[in-house]
Design a protein around this ligand. Structure first.
Ligand code: ZN
Length: 500
């Protein structure tokens, strides 16, 4: 049996290597590639995806998995997890034909360029045919995967394994019941918080330098990772020892570059702290996008937008930007970076309104995939929901329906994981606080090592060994995702800021 296990591992290693080579091409595409490279890059990626797909769905891997299922491994061992997770991936992936995978890869790589141009021209019509193709390919994939309750389940499962659309809806309804009235209440006193000090010119280089200081301070290992700039901040990993993050700097929207860095750094540290023994295997990754997002949100929001963090960093920030911040005290700055205000762009939204942007996308995606909404009618449907949830109407498509890269890249069923991540971030963090009650005092001294160690020990090192629900149960003592701690966090923090 050991021989079969070794054969399986060696095959999976080749497949992982192909996928990581594709990841390097994707990183390059976003960070360095000139526009002229787009078509050739789409072909190169499609070839790599095709090869890795063919290798993975081979009958031989199925036979190996079948034989190894007879062995009684300890559930918590790496080998048991490898077989368990690979079996699940294998059964799912085998349902997609190689032709469909290749077509998806090519369409999604090219789609991003069509979308970028349409967005630049603020014209949804230029993107409409591509989106129709993306929706159609996603429907084909969902039908091939199969589902019990609804088509969306099959796609959601790619990003948040085992989660059902109906569960997401229940949790989102609970959030909505509190957040929608809270946003309305805060909107009535929008002037209670002044953030004009952020709307000054913050020089590019000083922003970059500060983001690098923060990235290293929270524990991102620069010997095993690096930060670059890209149009849309993202993180990607080539191995446990090579994790990439990017940020975006805009001189007049401070400090979104810093929050991007903390956010992507949170993703990057998850990948860096996966156990070395899992490197190069299918287990070396985040267990779900929601859990991944719980890490990025924690560093960005729970830490990065907290008073203790700025007690330590605000004097340094004032030194970096003496003209802009020299006259403002820390409390003014803390309130400014936490100002709640309905806005058009999801990635720039505050913690309270952010989830409303996710609800909108979650609902529209289901309508598109179930073909209840025509592609041509999407911009109008988008604008209507923006009005319903946030009381705003986008002046053009770039600030509305064209703002996100996800759909152009083929990702449907992904958006809910942002809010699931917000919820889990507080479930996990509350447990950390129980075990290390002086964490806020540590943050105020610029010490983040205990926080990172706790997450490495309890979550990161396991990679994909345990599912999101297993982690919640093992670590946070909860059977499932629970919105209450998150709502408690939001109500306390913003109740204080807005004196509610
Ligand atoms: Zn993220």
């Amino acid at each position: 049996m050991q021989e079969k296990l070794n054969t399986l591992k060696s095959k999976l290693k080749d497949i992982t290597n192909l996928q990581k080579a594709a990841a390097v091409l994707i990183w390059d595409q976003e960070v360095n590639m000139p526009p002229g490279g787009a078509e050739a890059r789409a072909e190169q990626l499609a070839t790599l995806q095709k090869l890795s797909h063919e290798m993975f769905v081979s009958d031989e891997i199925g036979v190996l998995l079948g034989d190894l299922a007879q062995v009684d491994f300890d559930y918590d061992s790496d080998d048991a997890a490898l077989i368990r997770v690979t079996r699940r991936d294998y059964d799912k992936t085998r349902k997609l034909s190689t032709e469909l995978v290749e077509e998806m890869s090519r369409t999604f790589a090219l789609g991003q360029h069509v979308w970028a141009k349409a967005r630049q021209n603020k014209n949804f019509a230029e993107f409409q045919d591509t989106l129709a193709k993306v929706v159609d390919l996603n429907i084909q994939a969902a039908e091939a995967y199969g589902y019990d309750e609804c088509l969306y389940d099959a796609l959601l499962d790619d990003f948040e394994p085992n989660m059902k659309t109906s569960e997401v809806r229940t949790v989102f309804d609970e959030l909505k019941a509190t957040l929608v009235p809270l946003v309305a209440q805060i909107s009535e006193r929008v002037d209670a918080v002044d953030n004009s000090l952020l709307q000054q010119n913050y020089p590019n280089q000083a922003q970059w330098d500060f983001s690098m200081v923060a990235l290293e301070a929270i524990g991102f290992d620069l010997k095993r990772g690096r930060q670059d700039k890209s149009t849309h901040p993202f993180s990607i990993s080539f191995s446990v020892n090579d994790s990439r993050v990017t940020t975006r700097i805009s001189e007049d929207t401070f400090p979104s570059s810093l929050f991007s860095t903390l956010h992507e750094g949170g993703h990057g540290m998850y990948e860096q702290n996966i156990g070395q023994s899992l490197d190069g295997t299918p287990l070396a990754g985040g267990t779900s996008l929601g859990v991944h997002e719980s890490q990025s949100r924690m560093w960005e929001n729970i830490l990065g937008r907290s008073q203790p963090f700025w007690q330590f960093y605000y004097p340094q920030l004032q030194n970096a930007f003496p003209d802009q911040l020299g006259q403002a005290d820390m409390n003014q700055f803390y309130r400014a970076i936490n100002k709640v205000e309905p806005s058009l762009i999801r990635v720039e939204a505050d913690e309270v309104t952010y989830n409303l942007h996710v609800f909108l996308r979650f609902e529209l995606e289901q309508e598109l995939l179930e073909q209840r909404l025509k592609i041509a009618d999407l911009p109008a449907a988008w604008n209507a929901k923006m009005e319903e949830y946030l009381g705003l109407t986008p002046p053009d498509d770039a600030l509305g329906v064209l703002q996100d890269v996800h759909w152009s890249g083929g990702m449907m069923g992904y958006f809910p994981t942002y809010t699931l991540g917000n919820i889990m971030s507080v479930q996990f963090y509350n447990q950390t606080l129980k075990e290390i009650p002086d964490l806020p005092q540590q943050f105020a001294r610029g010490e983040f090592g205990a926080l990172l160690s706790w997450f490495t020990e309890n979550i990161h090192q396991h990679g994909r060994k345990y599912t999101a629900n297993e982690l919640l149960k093992r670590v946070a003592g909860s059977d499932t995702i629970d919105a209450k701690p998150y709502l408690g966090y939001i109500q306390q923090k913003f109740g204080e800021i807005y004196n509610l």
